[in-house]
Design a protein around this ligand. Structure first.
Ligand code: A3P
Ligand code: MG
Ligand code: MG
Length: 367
């Protein structure tokens, strides 16, 4: 079966947003400095303002970089879900389980058609599990410029290292805080939050990395958490509408990414063209769609994106997906770069490919 979900025209997704459930963390896990999985919050970090005028390229030679060409499927997420289910003695009640990154691509699809995406999905016990379809090592697009792409990518991780501590402020030594500029940058280490959320009629379980905590984690489960998302971006040059527009487009991705996990605050480190940290600016996630719309109106320019359209589009797409993926096998979800639609078609008649782990199935059989 081959089904197609048209993205255009967008008019049908305009208007008030479908109901959205506030994301609630119900579990978490960590990858340590060797990217080894731990069912705990050991890689949690706290935010503390970074030293300005820092060279974000410093330490690139010692960067401990995660090899993201290895396909990790949904393994860590499933292990965390299984552990939660063992504690509760019942399966989680989600219609869709996936990484936050997959939902980000879907929600952004109405306003972003440059990259395209491919995912694999399978139905298992009334729930659709979606993973990224990895196609060998990523073909990095090369942009001519004085600074290698790899170094520019490092800046983002360096900023995270400059802004975080492994314990709250009161429990971290002054020496640690002041020496952050010389700490080894390691992106193998991550804290991942696993939340339950909802878009329209679909209950979702999403897992995704969060960068840091602003203060303390509430002790009552389900309470909003003061997470902080850290981002770097090129400084917006004065009177340069193109710089501003590029940043306002980026804000859509920041907003979606943070909205999906319930991250309330985004801290942007603005940097010079040659990678020096100039200043930081805080954005309240929920205010971003209105902020960008107002800025466009004030500049007499057409809107760039609409948050309600993102939500309503994703909600309608999930309805379509749940209607389409209705028997066994593995399905491909594909949007070609520039395409006005998303295709869903079967690639394996039976089984669940590598999406569902044996461990997860063995556990679920016992339930
Ligand atoms: P910046 O976003 O500050 O440039 P995240 O913000 O999602 O926690 O990601 C941290 C950093 O990982 C990013 O920092 C960027 O350097 C890198 N990164 C994340 N997603 C990427 C992608 N799709 N392509 C290239 N680099 C990416
Ligand atoms: Mg991060
Ligand atoms: Mg970040």
């Amino acid at each position: 079966m081959n089904a197609t979900f048209p993205i255009q025209p967008l008019g049908r997704f305009a208007g008030d947003s479908e109901p959205v459930k506030r994301p609630k963390e119900f579990a978490c896990f960590s990858y340590d400095e060797d990217h080894k999985f731990h069912l705990d919050d050991s890689s949690l970090k706290w935010y503390y303002p970074p030293p300005l005028n820092t060279d974000l390229s410093k330490g690139y030679e010692t960067f401990v970089q995660h090899d993201d060409s290895i396909d990790e499927h949904l393994d860590s997420l499933l292990e965390t879900i299984a552990s939660h289910e063992k504690e509760n003695g019942k399966p989680i009640d989600a219609n869709v389980v996936t990484w936050r990154g997959m939902m980000t691509k879907i929600m952004a699809a109405p306003f972003e058609d440059r990259d395209g995406f491919e995912m694999n999905a399978t139905l298992y016990r009334d729930c659709i599990f979606i993973e990224e379809h990895k196609i060998g090592p990523k073909q990095e697009q090369r942009f001519p410029g004085p600074i290698p792409q790899e170094v520019m990518q490092f800046w983002g991780y360096k900023f995270e290292t400059l802004c975080t501590m492994p314990a709250p402020w009161g429990e971290t030594s002054r020496e640690f805080i002041e020496s952050r500029d010389s700490h080894v940058v390691n992106n193998k280490q991550q804290y991942c939050s696993v939340v339950r959320t909802g878009l329209g009629k679909t209950a979702l379980c999403l897992g995704g990395e969060v960068d840091a905590l602003w203060d303390v984690k509430p002790t009552t489960p389900g309470q909003p958490i003061n997470w902080v998302e850290l981002k770097t971006s090129a400084e917006i040059r004065p009177d340069n509408w193109r710089d501003k527009e590029n940043f306002e487009r980026k804000l859509m991705k920041y907003w979606i990414q943070s909205f999906l996990l319930g991250v309330p605050k985004i801290i942007v480190g603005f940097r010079s063209r040659d990678g020096f940290l100039l200043r930081t600016e805080e954005f309240e996630t929920t205010a971003i769609p209105t902020l960008v719309a107002a800025s466009r109106r004030a500049a007499n320019r057409a809107p760039l994106w609409d948050g309600n359209v993102c939500i309503n589009f994703a909600s309608a797409f999930l309805d379509f997906l749940r209607h389409t993926i209705n028997d066994e096998g593995v399905w491909r979800i594909r949007r070609m770069a520039g395409s006005p639609h998303i295709e869903v078609f079967k690639v394996e008649e039976v089984g669940h490919g590598n999406i569902i782990t044996d461990n997860f199935m063995n556990w679920r059989i016992k339930l």
